[in-house]
Write a protein that binds this ligand. Structure first.
Ligand code: EPU
Length: 294
């Protein structure tokens, strides 16, 4: 492993929004795809498992020691843009905070980004999980992605090579290890509409436990149904394992109300999942990503 700015035996607890979990073998935050590529190659040569960390807002990190390295996208935070007719082309690093993109949308009067209101994390995370709200997502705006594969190759994926699906990465073949940069093409809009849309999307979050230590929705919505509603109908709200509790505001959120371990959170999620399966025969699929073994 090339030793450039690597933190060994790094705690991930402070780097995820649940505030749970243990330590990884090393963590590095390369500033660009070339550096990421070197690290990925070195880790692969050493036979080390790798995880990619964006804003840590959608991950459950194993307790104890995770036998893996972590590459954080936080240093890939460049944000540039250029006007091209009635579109703004945005060149953004994977580590750019989603809220920074939303601020750009307000400042430059851009349409189609209002759904980002209240979505935590980074652009790389939002792309990898096709984050969205009320059917809207970044998908129609993504023109090109710069990615790094597991063999360290830098691969550019064009719009027509991306197959977007609900809350899933857009890869059709071998998934890259990480997204390093995105090019978005965003239409200009009317300031008044943009502010109204942001208000609208913010209002959709009113029934969510804002401010609590959560990772957003734990499960994806099954086709034609709401995971939150199904969990609620199974009386999951208020269920508790250790320091983890199913939110009383929205049943698809688990809150760390004390010193929850990731094991607490996982056992609670599995308990909820079993209830829904027993009651409705629906197997809920996780929306969150797992670091380590569960
Ligand atoms: N509902 C209940 N009980 C609950 C939660 C929800 O009955 O505990 C009902 C609501 O009353 C509503 C329906 O279920 O009739 C849908 O609920 P909601 O409007 O809260 O939307 P959701 O489908 O649960 C989705 C996204 C959220 C996003 C909101 C708002 C998923 C898994 N969740 O939630 O995204 O913020 O819409 O647009 O797609 C996330 O992905 O992490 C996330 C929070």
């Amino acid at each position: 492993m090339t030793d450039c700015g690597i933190i060994r035996d790094c705690s991930l607890k402070e780097l995820n929004t649940w505030g749970s979990g243990g330590r990884c073998l090393w963590l590095a935050a390369p500033g660009d795809a070339d550096k990421a590529s070197l690290m990925i190659r070195a880790a692969m040569d050493a036979g080390e498992k790798l995880y990619v960390l964006g804003g840590g807002s959608n991950v459950l990190v194993q307790d104890g020691v995770i036998e893996a390295g972590v590459i954080a996208s936080s240093s890939m935070d460049s944000l540039e843009y250029a006007k091209e007719g009635d579109l703004l082309t945005v060149y953004a690093g994977a580590g750019v905070q989603v809220k920074k993109l939303l601020a750009l949308a307000v400042a430059m009067e851009l349409d189609g980004l209002a759904f980002l209101a209240g979505i935590p994390g980074t652009l790389g995370g939002a792309i990898s999980g096709n984050a969205g709200a009320a059917g809207e997502s970044l998908a129609p705006l993504v023109e090109r992605l710069e990615t790094v594969t597991s063999s360290g190759e830098i691969v550019i994926l064009e719009k027509n090579e991306l197959k977007w699906r609900y809350r899933s990465a857009p890869w059709t073949s071998e998934p890259p290890v990480m997204v390093t940069k995105a090019v978005l093409r965003v239409p200009f809009g009317q300031k008044r509409n943009i502010i109204e849309n942001i208000r609208h999307f913010s209002s959709l979050k009113k029934g969510q436990p804002l401010g609590a230590k959560t990772a957003g929705c734990v499960f994806k919505n099954p086709e034609g149904a709401s995971a939150g509603r199904l969990l609620d109908l199974c009386s999951c709200k208020g269920l508790r394992v250790g320091g983890a509790v199913v939110s009383c505001r929205h049943a698809n959120f688990i809150e760390n109300i004390g010193n929850a371990s990731s094991r607490d959170i996982y056992e609670l999620a599995e308990l909820c999942r079993k209830r829904v399966c027993d009651e409705f025969g629906t197997v809920l699929e996780y929306e969150i990503k797992f670091f380590g073994a569960f």
